[in-house]
Design a protein around this ligand. Structure first.
Ligand SMILES: *Cc1c(COP(=O)(O)O)cnc(C)c1O
Length: 411
């Protein structure tokens, strides 16, 4: 049974309650009373499992975290206030000044800026590579490399990494692999193919309707015997592994980042995300199927479409083998010039013009004048941002309606 079918059952069963309120309860309190001094001590030392304070964890959010952890086969998860919060949590929990990151593929703009502009101010250096530069990636690993980071699908360049091959390098060299799986939940299971941490913007297809900003990091368990996190590269993991065993990456992330930087999820957003998650396994296969139908037809009609379902795409073979459940909601159209792109955007009647992706509605955005307007020419070129590039995120509409609308808009 594929993940879509399996999670059609699991999500609805896990989100709803069998007794009392069927819909998840929103526990929107910031603080929780402990009752007495002994209980307070126990909650703080971890021996009593009750809520401490919502920055460190909230019961509604905990429900979301448990389901997200199950979705990816992790030992636990930490939900955050945004997808960037999840990436910041996961990366900064493993980094200190002087460390290095290897970043692979065309990154989401915010992640690129985090690595290139913000973490660099704290003495962390990032080396950027294309997905297929495996030899260069291997050679770039030093004693200071703490993280290899990649996105399951290049957004918006639509390049597909060979995640297993990159995980093999990370595991051989003993470096943590973090995968941003925002675009391909259920379709790709990064922990099962060798990643250590998965991060999501749940704002996108998981919530699925622009109702809540949110993120989540899912962590694998520390192995009983050998484990890369027990090596001298991750000296700081000694303490959490001693006290939390296989769960160690979670208290490490909470104490090193969540407690002090405070990108915590709130109960209302977690509730709305749970409602979205409930139908994810039903929505995503429909969208993935529509993406193929639309991309192929528009390409046949002469539009310059970038999606790996097309035989002309350099990663078409990888798409067939490693991404058999699709690669998410996106494709791009290159209209050749900014003028043509603007004309398309202003003529489409179905697409909503916005920076979001993964919505129930079809969305469109001109890349160079919006998300990438701050980036210099060389960086845009590296990220594949041409002057006429429009990113499309397909929604739940009938694909025939979208094809007709887009063909009209392209004239
Ligand atoms: C949107 C997005 C993010 C950031 O998520 P926010 O919820 O907007 O903070 C990170 N990675 C990818 C791939 C995204 O699409």
């Amino acid at each position: 049974m594929n993940n879509y079918e399996q999670f059609c059952t699991k999500f609805v069963q896990a989100v709803g309650n069998k007794e009392g309120a069927v819909s998840p309860v929103i526990m929107s309190s910031a603080a929780f009373g402990y009752g007495d001094a002994q209980t307070a001590e126990g909650i703080f030392d971890g021996s009593i499992k009750k809520p401490l304070y919502s920055r460190m964890g909230n019961p509604t959010t905990a429900k979301l975290e448990a389901i997200m952890a199950e979705m990816d086969g992790g030992v636990g998860a930490v939900a955050t206030s945004s997808g960037m919060g999840a990436t910041t949590l996961a990366t900064m929990s493993l980094l200190e000044a002087g460390d290095e990151i290897i970043s692979i593929g065309g990154l989401f703009g915010g992640t690129y800026a985090l690595f290139d502009e913000t973490l660099s101010r704290f003495g962390i250096k990032t080396y950027f590579f294309d997905v297929d530069e495996l030899e260069n990636i291997k050679n770039a690993i030093t004693d200071k490399t703490k993280i290899i980071f990649l996105e399951s699908v290049g957004n918006p360049n639509m390049r597909l990494p060979d995640i297993k091959a990159i995980a093999a390098i990370a595991n051989k060299e003993g470096v943590a692999l973090i995968v941003d799986n925002t675009i391909t939940p259920l379709s790709i299971s990064p922990l099962a193919i060798g990643a250590d941490i998965v991060v999501y913007s749940t704002t996108k297809v998981i919530a699925g309707n622009a109702s809540a900003l949110g993120g989540c990091a899912v962590f694998r368990g520390i192995n009983d015997g050998e484990d890369k996190f027990k090596s001298s590269r991750y000296e700081f993991m000694k303490k959490p592994i001693k006290s939390a065993g296989k769960m160690a990456l979670i208290p490490n992330a909470k104490k090193r980042v969540l407690r002090d930087l405070g990108m915590s999820a709130n109960a209302n957003a977690s509730y709305q995300t749970l409602l979205g998650l409930e139908t994810l396994a039903l929505r995503l296969p429909r969208i993935v199927q529509s993406v193929e139908i639309i991309a192929k037809e528009l390409s046949k009609q002469g539009l310059k479409i970038n999606h790996p379902c097309l035989e002309s795409h350099p990663h078409h073979a990888r798409y067939k083998t490693d991404f058999s459940l699709g690669c998410g909601t996106l494709f791009t159209i290159d209209m050749g010039s900014k003028e043509n792109a603007y004309s398309f955007i202003n003529k489409t009647k179905l697409a909503t013009i916005t920076a979001n992706i993964g919505d129930s509605r079809t969305l469109a955005l001109h890349m160079a004048s919006t998300i990438y307007s701050d980036f210099d020419v060389a960086t845009r070129k590296f990220l594949g941002i041409t002057d006429g590039l429009i990113r499309i995120s397909i929604g739940l509409e009938n694909p025939k309606d979208i094809i007709a609308d887009f063909l009209n808009a392209a004239q």
